[in-house]
Design a binder for this molecule. Structure first.
Ligand code: AMP
Length: 440
């Protein structure tokens, strides 16, 4: 395949493709993010004070040491990681030492909703709970972005808030390629721009589906027939009231079955679900019900171990290892469409996968443009991302050629302004365009 031609076509046709697409609904995770750029000296001093050295990151944050171990994992490997904060005193420690950071809209659902509405999709409905003023105010003023208010009205998120203060915050610690610290006489150089996320979210960690949203959306599935489901990384194994992740997952599965019965197509965006029991509940209970899955190399390597195959090579994006893991996952769980993304290429595993080549190229240009500017682009703007070179690593990976697996080498921005939200942009745009040529 001539990828340059494919990209040219994608740049030229993206707005037309967007016009032909359907309404998209998104749940169940919208939140405020506090953005913090890593200051090497301050970080190094904290690591020394708490005697933290590189290690496997913990499953969640119960101590300052856990927090710093997670942060150091991202800094030293350049890999994204998100961990939930379990203890309020650790949340207070982080707030005392870093403040709230620069507040931005976050949460996978809100991020993807803004990416899609900014891109030009005409009907985007996002679940926001609880819709408090501090969070509502972070939504951009886009008329095609709607939510359901607790009174059951379809409104822009800014016009239907109830209550003032944030009950949750997700700190995003951005690390930059080339940043250096020294630990026990050893120099650690950050290999790549990325971020570590420490999340405090006691109010939404059950991924409850508010009854008003459920009721209203059930009557509107035909207007928003694509559902992007995300936020599982904020779930807990068990809850203080005795509830469990398996119970919560069954609730979500009942929602998925109901909307699929009304004609919806459901995509799950994996995100960094560090807790094994939560991943297991997703894999066992949810995956058999869904149509589409989006994930990156870290997420796939964890799932590979969960389903009993080796994760070797997946973190490094070795395409044959990635392909095998995706095929096993597809075969075991019956997922029709899986979209894997890593730095350098995307791999789509589905029937007649190359029918989505153009959609993936649109998503790749949108991601490159967003990496360059730090802002979600419109479909008109993505042409300018053609200046960024295609990844050599991705071009090598694309030597695999199969009818049910398509690899697209992606364009790489050398010095990205920001990396947060890129995965969400890629998966949501590709999924939203995925039915233009076929039935997924
Ligand atoms: P995630 O970690 O799931 O948010 O996904 C991030 C994705 O963004 C990666 O898998 C890449 O495909 C893409 N990406 C990251 N950095 C860059 C960059 N500098 N230029 C272009 N795409 C990037």
């Amino acid at each position: 395949m001539n990828y340059e031609d494919l990209y040219k076509a994608a740049a030229g046709e993206s707005c037309e493709m967007v016009k032909r697409s359907h309404g998209i609904a998104l749940g169940f995770h919208s939140v405020a993010d506090g953005l913090i750029l890593t200051e090497e000296r301050k970080f190094q001093k904290m690591l020394e004070d708490f005697r933290v050295n590189p290690s496997e990151p913990p499953q969640s944050i119960s101590s300052v040491e856990d927090f710093l171990a997670g942060y150091l994992f991202t800094f030293s490997t350049g890999k994204a990681l998100q961990l939930m904060i379990d203890k309020e005193d650790v949340k207070k420690w982080i707030e005392e030492h870093f403040g709230k950071g620069q507040l931005r809209l976050g949460g996978t659902s809100a991020n993807m909703a803004v990416a899609l509405a900014s891109f030009g999709f005409s009907k985007v409905l996002v679940y926001v709970y609880p819709l408090v003023k501090e969070l509502a105010d972070l939504f951009p003023d886009l008329p095609n972005l709607r939510t359901v208010s607790n009174k059951g009205k379809i409104i822009h998120p800014r016009s239907g808030w109830n209550g003032e203060k944030l009950g949750a915050i997700h700190w995003i610690f951005e690390v930059k390629k080339g940043q250096k610290i020294s630990l026990s006489g050893r120099e650690i150089i950050c290999p790549r721009d990325n971020r570590f996320i420490a999340s405090w979210n006691p109010v939404n960690s059950k991924l409850d589906i508010a009854s008003y949203f459920r009721k209203i959306y059930m009557g509107m599935v035909s207007q928003y027939p694509k559902f992007l489901l995300a936020g599982f990384h904020i779930m807990r194994d068990t809850y203080p009231d005795g509830d469990t992740v398996e119970n919560r997952m069954r609730e979500i599965v009942s929602f998925v079955r109901e909307i699929k019965g009304k004609g919806a197509t459901v995509h799950v965006e994996m995100a960094s679900v560090r807790r094994e029991r939560v991943r297991k509940a997703m894999i066992d209970l949810l995956f058999p019900e869904i149509d589409s899955l989006g994930l990156n190399e870290v997420e796939l390597s964890w799932i590979a171990e969960d389903i009993g195959i080796s994760s070797t090579g997946i973190m490094d994006g070795e395409e044959d290892k990635v392909l095998r893991a995706l095929e096993v996952l597809r075969d075991k769980k019956g997922i029709k469409r899986i979209h894997f993304h890593t730095l350098g290429y995307y791999m789509l595993v589905r029937e007649k996968a190359n029918r989505e080549a153009l959609n993936l190229a649109v998503a790749a240009l949108a991601a490159a443009r967003r990496a360059e500017t730090g802002k979600p682009p419109s479909c008109n703007e993505i042409k300018s991302a053609m200046i960024h070179p295609m990844s050599e690593f991705g071009i090598k990976a694309s030597r695999i050629f199969k009818e049910d697996a398509f690899i697209l080498p992606t364009r790489i921005v050398d010095r990205p302004k920001i990396t947060v939200g890129l995965g969400d942009t890629i998966s949501s745009i590709a999924f939203s365009l995925s039915d233009l040529h076929n039935d997924v």
